[in-house]
Write a protein that binds this ligand. Structure first.
Ligand code: FA5
Ligand code: MG
Length: 490
């Protein structure tokens, strides 16, 4: 029988059994939650920080010496005993108490959180990416668990289908010209992610509030533009780079902290612009719009699109393309004529170039009629089985719409409060079961204290949530918000 493994980090203050609705605290462990659910609630558990379960789990704390445990109240007690034993033995909580196993993955296809993932033949371990004790690190387990999933490399996943159609477009338009890369590591230096593409030192995207830092020098790339410099230095002048990118961001149906981009880059030589009777910048700008309009036509046929002027530190002029989707204009890509300095700094002086970065999810949502960005991560066969390699025209049929549940939280903020931090707290607790976090009320009292009220929408794509689960999430959100965000609950 197929086995699925998930890693579990034993850094827990709480042991929570929803089946008994009981909660145990233990101060011997630090940080994240250990969520001991019964089978019915296993899928609700936030990825990575938790324990997934079904029958036949084995205990990670004692390294599986006691197999065949049912995840039930007794196994919860068993875990606590093991943890105490671990501590007595001096094996501090950091001892990553590895794997939980479940034997019937076909019943519940959960996203697995491995203790190591592989990208482009390179193994990345959890310890290299998640460092709870390091103040220069802000990568949570929920993020680590998705590195290496490489949805864009699955030929029958909407993102993979779309990527291949775009590849075909370039192959037909420019036979043999564009080099394609889709497994470059998402771990890059701040030089690659920011400096190489001229992001100013005080730009907001560099902040810990916006970007996932592994340490002060290394980040999870926040755009595929992070590879421009190295590609140019390696001598590539026509390339497409696809990959997962990471951003601390708001939560709603079109934003997700990990999404996929494709970068396109084309260099022009003086020969080319002389032949065209144009200056280098005009040739690059014209050719860019032609290429992307051709691509948009191929992908969307008659869907309404519009160009808007934009700003990027690495291009001038810069544009964004928007598509009319579900009664709103949706931004799908950014592009422009590459700044001269980037070419000069990276061995391509005296030339011009265009570049674009498109959001694969945003395009795929329109093309396949996918209403919520979280669905891309679903391994529910009711989602995955609807798509076929090479077929772009298929419209997603929602399998059912489960009811949302709204919960409000109000608090007095501190100066350091940011919405992204709140979103991360909520996601760390409810995972993909949180659909939206939105500010619904805000005021400042006479003493100058500012209050925010956020509405959190919980909804599963796959099933109805129980009141117990929602209450559990919300109680934890309140507690963690207070603890981690320094806010005063109202
Ligand atoms: C960039 O990331 C630039 N690097 C793009 C670029 C490349 C411009 C080369 C010029 C030259 P931006 O932050 O706007 O730009 O993101 C590009 C696209 O990614 C957006 O148009 C959108 O389609 C998608 N995107 C951005 N944030 C998210 C998100 N949180 N979730 C899903 N898709 C997103
Ligand atoms: Mg943008």
């Amino acid at each position: 029988m197929a086995m699925a493994y998930t890693s579990w980090s034993l850094l827990s203050t709480r042991l929570f059994c929803t089946n008994k609705a009981k909660r145990y605290s233990s101060s011997l462990l630090s940080s994240t939650d250990l969520f001991c659910a019964n089978k019915a609630t296993a899928a609700a558990a936030p990825a990575a920080t938790v324990l997934y379960c079904s029958s036949n789990c084995f205990c990670c704390a004692c390294n599986g010496r006691r197999r065949d445990l049912w995840w039930s109240w007794s196994s919860g007690k068993h875990i606590l005993r093991c943890l105490k034993q671990l501590q007595r033995n001096g094996t501090k909580a950091r001892a990553r108490a590895s794997s939980v196993r479940w034997d019937n993955p076909s019943k519940r296809l959960l996203s697995t959180a491995a203790s190591a993932v592989e990208v482009g033949g390179v193994t990345i371990s959890r310890d290299e990416v998640v460092k709870e004790e390091d103040p220069t690190n802000n990568v949570p387990d929920t993020i680590f668990s998705k590195i290496g999933m490489q949805l864009h490399k699955r030929p029958d996943h909407p993102l993979g289908i779309l990527k291949n159609v775009i590849y075909n477009h370039f192959d037909e338009r420019y036979p043999g010209l564009f080099h394609k890369f889709d497994d470059l590591s998402p771990i890059v230096s701040i030089k690659e992610n920011f400096d190489d593409v001229l992001v100013p030192s005080d730009h907001v995207s560099r902040s810990y509030n916006d970007t996932y830092y592994i340490n002060s020098e290394t980040v999870l790339r926040c755009h595929t533009s992070a590879h421009q410099g190295q590609m140019l230095r390696d001598g590539y002048t026509h390339f497409l780079v696809s990959g997962d990118v990471y951003r601390r961001d708001a939560i709603d149906a079109t934003h997700y902290p990990i999404f996929h981009q494709m970068e396109g880059f084309r260099v022009f030589t003086p020969n080319e612009w002389e032949k065209a009777g144009l200056d280098g910048t005009t040739l690059a700008a014209n050719e860019l719009k032609e290429t992307l309009e051709g691509l948009a036509k191929r992908l969307f046929g008659n869907v309404e699109t519009r160009w808007t002027d934009s700003y990027f530190p690495f291009t001038d002029p810069s544009y964004e393309l928007e598509i009319f989707f579900k009664e709103k204009w949706l931004e799908v890509l950014g592009c422009g004529v590459t700044k001269q300095e980037i070419l000069t700094d990276n061995g391509q002086g005296g030339k011009t170039a265009w570049a674009f970065g498109l959001g694969l999810e945003r395009l795929a949502m329109v093309l396949f009629d996918i209403p919520d960005i979280r669905l891309f991560w679903s391994s529910d066969p009711r989602f995955t089985a609807q798509f076929t390699a090479g077929q772009l025209g298929i419209k997603f049929k929602p399998f059912s719409k489960f009811p949302p549940c709204y919960k409000d939280i109000s608090f007095w903020i501190s100066d350091a409060f940011t919405e992204n931090n709140l979103c991360e707290v909520v996601r760390g607790i409810a995972g993909d079961l949180v659909e939206e976090v939105s500010l619904i009320d805000k005021f400042t009292n006479k003493k100058g204290m500012t209050s925010h009220c956020y509405r959190i929408t919980y909804r599963s794509m796959e099933r109805s949530l129980t009141d117990d689960e929602i209450n559990f999430f919300q109680a934890n959100v309140r507690e963690e918000a207070q603890k981690k965000l320094n806010v005063i609950l109202r």
